[in-house]
Each structure stands twice: as C-alpha cells, then as structure tokens.
Design a protein. Structure first.
Lengths: 367, 131
C-alpha cells in the first residue's frame, strides 16, 4: 500500500495577475507579500509574466538578486512556467529545431533561477518531449507538461505522452496536473460577472444546464467533440440575443471548466510531478463551489503525492470585486483541512518542503 | 481578459495633426511585436488612417508592417506602449471619447483554425494635452 503523500503548499504569482498588472506590486514586493502572508513555501512564477527580458536577457545580476530574495524570505522555488510559443511567427509555425532551442533557453533560465521544474505545454508532442530530454538532463530540470482543460488525464493526446514517457523511463519527464480539467460546476463568480454585464437569469440558467449536460456526458476525448461543445456555447448566446457573450461562454465553458471525472488523473498519477491547484473562488461557507478541492487533495494524499500544489486562482479574469489575497487564503485553508481529513498534512515548513520536493523529484516515476 | 485597462487614463496627446495614447497589454504575459497584429485609434468617432498608425515600445517606433517580423521585441505586461496616428484633435479643453482596438495573437494556443487571436477594445473619455 502506498504511504500517504504530504503535498507542499504553495502559490503561483499568476493568481495575483490583476494586482501585478495594475502595478500595485512589483516582482520583489509580490514575492515578499507571498512570504509574509504565508502563501508559500512553494513559489511558482511565469517567465513571460514576471521576468522582464525573459528568456534572452536575464543577466547574472538579476539571477543573484532573485536567489538572494527567495532565500531571505525563505520560499522554495517549485516551477517556472515556460511557454511553448509555436505560433510566434506570422508566416508559419516553428519547426522542430527552432522549438527545441526556444524551449532550451527558457529551461536554462529555470535552472539558473533555482527552479527544479519547468512547466511546459500541450503543443509539445511526444517526439518534441523526447528531443527535450537531453536538455532536461543537461540542466537537471524536470519538464512537467501541463494537463489543462480541455484536455484531461485520459485524453488521447495525454495518453500518447504518457506512453512515450513510459518508454523513455526518465524521472525528468512528467506532468503538471491542473485541477481545471476536473471541475464539477460552472463557477458561480463567473455567473455573477455575466449578471453584472446584463445577462438574464434565464440565459444564465440555460448556460448552467448546457455545461451540466457536458459534465454528465463526460469529458471530450477528441478535438472534434471539443469543437462541437465550443460551438454550442456560441450558439446559446446567439439564440438568446447576447452574441457578444458567445466567445466568452465558449472559452470559459470548455477551456477553464473541464468536466472530467477525478479518476481520470489516475491514468497519469505516477508521472504527476507538479500540481496547479486551479480554482475560481471561495463561497460564503469557505468552500470552493465548483472545483472539488477536498476530493483532489485526498486523491493526491492517497496516491502518495509529495510534490507541490501551486494554488492557482483564475477568478481574477472576471472577479474585480473581491481581494485575491483573501481568496487564496481561503482556498489554502480548504487544502490543509482536506489533507488532515485524509490522514496527512500539507507541508508548510520551508526546510521540510525543500527536503520533500528533492525526494519527490529524484524518485523514479514508478517509485 | 483585462480589456478595461488598455487605455491609460489621461494620456491622450496631440501635436501637429498626430494624436497618441498610451496603452497597456490586456493579457497576463509578454508578447512580441509579431503577435501585435493590428490596432485602431478612434477619437470622437473619427479613426486615424490605418497606414498612419505607429506603435512605440521599448523606446522604438514601428509601423504595423514592421512589427510582423519582430519576434525579438517584447511588450512586457508592466509597460505602456504608445499608439499614434494622423488625427487632429481640436478643443483641448473638451472631453474626448478615445477608443482603442487591439488584435493580438496568442502564440501558444494553436487551434484547428490556426494560432488563436483575440480582439479587445477599450473606450475612455479624457482631455487632450497639446504639446
């Protein structure tokens, strides 16, 4: 029997995009805020969001400054989120060699800044991941491909990656599990945002019914089904005289609220090296109303997961009336409570987090 | 995404028939010039001619044709860019309705229809500084 996991508490600065973009915090003051408010010890950042000049112009002075700051406030770098910008050029997609070099530069920055994981994205095929394995080995960085709605743990593209990982058998290739793939309801805070944009209660009820129908049918296992659902949200908005809301319904209804069952994660669990604790809000009872945080934490604990969970608040897109820092505080309390209910604990001590993360990443994936 | 922040309040300027406004990226991460696919600048319902539009970021000024190839010049999320065009704005004491439209490519989201692009716009009212 697997011994219970002890996930490491943490946060991605993406959760605070609205405050950072508004220049309320710069990178240094935001990192200090994360540490002071106890949202760590795990710290995840997005290179292209937080680092000016990423990845080509990150000089040694900045690297030293960043490492000193993180050490001073006693946070633990977990994942640098890097981007697979295949569509950077207007005339064509990047070719294989260009993509490998584009990723290499970002992975190198992850290593220099002290991040043991680079979060990569779905555009990387099994062949591309295989080509990047020597890069991962060169820098000692684990590549954790994000499984994000509209994919999920049992999606054909994810299973193809898993099968390649199994063949390559390296501890440096794995997944970042994003909880947005396994959502159980259309986020109430987004319904409230549509209400504030004048959407009628009747339209909102139909929107919820449409999403609930897809949830009942199960997740899209092919791109074709995904496209059909995307179109259904656009059609709903058009039929109700609000075509202006159609794309928004579709992007959020398919790309943020993935309807896969929790057990889809079991297909890839041994390869999960990092977790995005994606969520959208905390209600008046202190719970997340549309993401099954308690079930997800229990599942990780029961499967022996001792990597980091980066709380990733995504309600900031539409919720401009609540404080994101309070919302993160609430969600992390749910995670800690859930871990205790499952007979374990979330790791909040920085020294213990470093030790456990090192052990988690050094283990063979089948370990 | 954060379209309500595109136009920086109070940054409308006009000089010798050219008008400019500062703009913020309505997205969470930096994008290169090649992903800034188009813009429109409209003041009091009058749009600047497309060929007169210029984009300034990192202290360099580009036409939109020039931006197409710039995969090395990045618009950082904390930085204001400047969108300008040939447009006369009279009566600096009056409030002017400024509208900016932006079309951005999102380079890591490849759909069945190609690279995802988003179209965002923002409208704000402000006085024009004349320099």
């Amino acid at each position: 029997m697997t011994s219970p996991g002890t996930p490491i508490q943490g946060v991605t600065l993406y959760s605070f995009t609205r405050a950072f973009h508004a220049r309320q915090y710069d990178l240094d003051s935001l990192i200090r805020k994360v540490a002071a408010d106890g949202f760590g010890p795990g710290l995840e950042i997005i290179g292209f969001s937080s680092l000016r000049g990423f990845p080509d112009h990150i000089d040694d002075n900045f690297v030293g400054h960043f490492r000193d700051l993180v050490a001073e406030v006693d946070l633990v770098p977990t994942s640098l989120a890097v981007n697979v910008d295949t569509g950077l050029r207007r005339d064509r997609l990047m070719n294989h060699d260009e993509l490998v070099e584009y990723m290499r530069k970002q992975i190198e920055v992850a290593a220099r800044l002290g991040f043991p994981i680079a979060r990569v994205q779905i555009s990387l095929t099994p062949d591309a991941m295989e080509s990047l394995l020597p890069v991962a080995e060169q820098y000692g960085v684990t590549l954790a491909l994000e499984v994000h709605a509209d994919q999920h743990g049992a999606h054909e593209r994810i299973l193809a990656l898993r099968d390649r990982y199994e063949k390559l058998n390296s501890p440096l290739l794995g997944f970042t599990a994003d909880w947005g793939a396994t959502v159980t309801g259309f986020a109430p805070s987004l319904l409230e945002a549509y209400r504030r944009r004048g959407a009628s209660e009747e339209l909102l009820a139909q929107l919820v019914d449409l999403w609930n129908g897809f949830y009942a049918e199960g997740p899209p296992n092919t791109q074709k089904v995904h496209g059909e659902r995307f179109g259904a949200f656009i059609g709903l908005a058009a039929r109700n005289g609000r075509p202006d809301l159609g794309i928004d319904f579709a992007i959020n209804g398919t790309g943020l609220f993935g309807p896969a069952p929790l057990d889809t994660w079991l297909e890839i669990m041994p390869w999960v090296r990092h977790v995005h604790g994606k969520f959208f809000g905390i209600d008046e009872t202190g719970e997340e109303p549309s993401v099954p945080v308690r079930g997800l934490v229990r599942q990780l604990v029961e499967n022996g997961y001792s990597g980091a969970i980066s709380s990733e608040y995504e309600g900031w897109h539409w919720n401009n009336w609540q404080d994101p820092f309070d919302i993160i505080r609430g969600e992390q309390a749910v995670q800690r409570s859930a871990a205790a209910d499952a007979g374990s604990t979330m790791v909040t001590d920085p020294a213990e987090a470093r030790r456990i993360l090192n052990s988690h990443l050094a283990q063979p994936v089948r370990g | 995404m954060i379209a309500d922040r595109i136009i920086e309040q109070g940054t409308l300027t006009t000089v010798d028939g050219r008008t400019a406004v500062e703009v913020r990226i309505p997205w969470y991460r930096a994008l290169p010039g090649s992903c800034i696919a188009g813009a429109a600048l409209t003041v009091d319902g009058v749009a600047a001619p497309a060929e007169s539009l210029r984009w300034t970021m990192n202290e360099r000024t580009f036409s939109f044709d020039e931006l197409v190839d710039r995969t090395d010049e990045w618009w950082f999320p904390l930085d204001s860019a400047v969108l300008s065009g040939e447009l006369a704005v009279d009566d600096p004491q009056a409030e002017h309705e400024v509208r900016v439209d932006l079309k951005l490519y999102i380079p890591y989201i490849i759909t069945d229809h190609g690279v995802l692009h988003i179209e965002e716009h923002d409208t704000k009212t402000m006085k024009a500084a004349q320099r």
